[in-house]
Design a protein around this ligand. Structure first.
Ligand code: GYE
Length: 333
């Protein structure tokens, strides 16, 4: 994994600190290129385009960004794109027009960003990707990516299943609820899971479809899966919310979730963790939405002209039912 800029010499560190101090000093003296509205208060203005509010993860992510911006004294211009890429592009163009200091966004899909990212680059506004990646070949279009290793999350989910089913003699039928089509987490989690389960030829994905990362989507697609497949042993859902929606469909079909059907999800938001502690889910690979503090740190650094790592990854674990019971009381989201 790419982790440039993680080794900093003492001298380098001194230079970085000096540059940071200088930038802060300049800003405090009312240097005119800060801020979008007059810009003489020294405040950093961050334009952030959020995907929407499709899941518990997203809500926790939005709260984290708002809270961390306030705590860091960064002025946040927040836009909710309501699940539409065109709205995200519009928001980014607005931020460019308003001459914000830094733009950050969570791209709903991987492709289709080159033109607008080029516009930001031409306007000399640094861009930071949070949570999801883009497939742009030109890596100079953004300064950094902050988020999770989605392939690893899928792999951890698959490896747990391989271990659980290592003594299975017959076929184990798996259905997969994919995230939003074309999004980085849907593409990567699918890939990681498939790679891991290839270790046991008994494990077969018999149906795989997008539930768009929502509860309603998870419920609806699971209903179809149950109708079309008489024997489903395992559900792998790319997030907790789709798994939670699927619970309703499974119960309505007269099956016991967590027993008749083994359920594996990703995220570990509170409702997912509760389902795991209650025995309805069997395993969750964690994906942290608490990106706010790290994002504000990167924003300050790029504004100060410092080098930042091309990729910053969040720390994550996995949860079994017992571990969920232990973690729930102190879970923040
Ligand atoms: O897993 C899902 C959300 O991009 C990591 O998006 C994020 C995913 C998260 O809707 O719940």
């Amino acid at each position: 994994m790419l982790k440039t800029g993680t080794t900093i010499t003492r001298r380098g560190l001194g230079a970085i600190l000096a540059a940071g101090l200088l930038a802060t000093g300049l800003a405090a003296c009312g240097n005119s290129d800060t801020g979008s509205d007059g810009g003489d208060d020294g405040k950093i203005v961050l334009g952030f385009s959020q995907i929407g509010a499709e899941s518990g993860w997203r809500t926790a992510n939005t709260n984290s960004i708002k809270e961390s911006a306030a705590a860091a004294g960064i002025e946040l211009k927040f836009d909710d794109a309501q699940g539409k890429q065109e709205n995200q592009i519009k928001a980014i163009r607005n931020f460019i027009q308003q001459k914000v200091d830094v733009i950050a966004f969570s791209p709903i899909k991987e492709s289709g960003w080159d033109t607008v990212l080029k516009e930001a680059k031409d306007a000399k506004i640094p861009v930071i990707l949070t949570d999801r990646a883009v497939d742009s070949a030109d890596k100079s279009l953004y300064k950094s990516f902050l988020g999770s290793d989605f392939v690893k999350e899928g792999r951890l989910a698959g490896e747990w299943l391989v271990e659980q089913k290592k003594t299975a003699t017959g076929p184990v039928n798996i259905v997969e609820l994919q995230g939003t089509t074309g999004s980085a987490p849907a593409i990567d989690r699918k890939e990681g899971f498939a790679t891991a389960i290839a270790a046991n030829p008994n494990l077969k994905i018999v149906a795989s479809q997008s539930g768009d990362f929502t509860r309603a989507g998870g419920k609806q697609v699971m209903e179809q899966f149950l109708k079309a497949n008489p024997k489903i042993d395992v559900l792998f859902a790319h997030n907790d919310d789709m798994g939670l929606g699927a619970l309703e469909a499974i119960t309505a079909a007269g099956k016991v979730p967590g027993k008749d059907i083994t359920i594996i999800t990703i995220d570990a938001v509170k409702d997912g963790m509760q389902a795991l502690a209650d025995g309805k889910f069997n395993f969750i690979a964690e994906c942290s939405p608490l990106l706010g503090d790290q994002l504000m740190d990167l924003v300050k650094k790029v504004k100060a002209g410092e080098e930042v790592p091309a990729r910053v990854e969040t720390q994550e674990g996995t949860f079994t039912q017992e571990q969920a019971k232990a973690a729930l009381p102190t879970r923040k989201y």
